[in-house]
Structures are given as structure tokens and as C-alpha cells.
Design a protein around this ligand. Structure first.
Ligand code: MG
Length: 178
């Protein structure tokens, strides 16, 4: 009788990296949840431009999570989805939203740096190549969130200025973002 072929593919992804990347899938989806909460807050203030910007950002975070998802699977690894925490429902102001977004992106950059350090330690060259995109992406994410916070800081409490910023942020094209 012919031997049954093994159903389970063997993984070339080091266990520590697999675990850290599964954690990062959760972090990216948690980012999506956070940006969506921010978007809903801006909708409640009738600032549709900012709400749109943040909704596009949320969709991108899901794409980031899916990049990790596919990478783990492509390496023959095992994806395990983890629980996502509830994001805040309220913010103090639109400026508070974007300051929060900037601080959040700084933290995400640290997470990506930690992953890259682990890929170096594990001498996993394809993970290093995969993570290059994220290292560059984080430079962009920090830039765009801090620019938005700067614009809102300049606008201050002036309604007309706030509406201008809302229009400016609302003009974000979906393909603008990598
Ligand atoms: Mg991300």
C-alpha cells in the first residue's frame, strides 16, 4: 500500500519569528480598529474629510496585517489570530486624534524594528527582505500623521481653519498610501 503523503507542510520560518509575526498581525488589526474608532469620532463631529482619511488609514492597516498573514503561510508557518483590545471611543479634539495617531505610529515603528532585530538574530534573510517594506512604510506613517497634527495645531480653535484642514485631509487618495 502506498504511503500516505504528509498533509502538513514543514515550516521554514523560525518559531520565534512566527510567534512575533502572529503578534504583529494582531497589532496591525488593532491599529485598524483604533483608526476606525478615530474615524467614527470625527464623523460624530461632522468632519467628513478627517473621517475619510482615518477610514482609509484603517483599511491600510488591515492590508498590513494581511501581508504578515500571507508571509507566514507562504513560509509554511501557522497563522494564529489573537484577541484585539477595544479602542478608545472618545478623544478630546481632532488635534488629540492626530497626536494620538502620531504617537501610535512611533510605537508601531518600534515593533517593526524589534521584528527586524529578531530576523537578524535568527539569520532569516527572507524575513529581513519582507520587513524592508515595513521599515520604509513606517517612515511615511510617522510623516503623514505628524503633518496632520501640525496642520491641526496651526488651525487651533478657528472653525474656518479646521474646515480647511478637514477638506485637505479629505482629499487623500486611496492609492496615495503605499
Ligand atoms: Mg501598519
Amino acid at each position: 500500500m502506498a504511503k500516505q503523503s504528509k498533509a502538513v507542510r514543514s515550516s521554514s520560518l523560525p518559531k520565534k519569528l512566527q510567534e512575533a509575526m502572529n503578534e504583529q498581525i494582531k497589532n496591525e488589526f488593532a491599529s485598524a480598529y483604533l483608526y476606525l474608532a478615530m474615524s467614527a469620532y470625527c464623523e460624530s463631529l461632522s468632519l467628513p474629510g478627517m473621517a475619510r482619511w482615518l477610514r482609509i488609514q484603517a483599511e491600510e492597516e488591515i492590508e498590513h496585517g494581511m501581508k504578515f498573514y500571507h508571509f507566514i503561510i507562504d513560509r509554511g508557518g501557522r497563522v494564529v489570530l489573537k484577541a484585539i483590545e477595544q479602542p478608545p471611543a472618545d478623544f478630546a479634539s481632532p488635534l488629540d486624534v492626530f497626536e494620538h495617531a502620531y504617537q501610535h505610529e512611533r510605537q508601531v515603528s518600534e515593533m517593526i524594528n524589534d521584528l527586524y532585530r529578531l530576523a537578524l538574530e535568527e539569520r532569516d534573510y527572507s524575513s529581513q527582505a519582507f520587513l524592508h517594506w515595513f521599515l520604509e512604510e513606517q517612515v511615511e506613517e510617522e510623516k503623514i500623521t505628524s503633518q496632520a497634527a501640525d496642520m491641526l495645531r496651526l488651525a487651533g480653535d478657528r472653525g474656518e481653519a479646521l474646515l480647511l484642514v478637514d477638506r485637505e485631509l479629505g482629499s487623500r487618495r486611496e492609492e496615495d498610501s503605499p
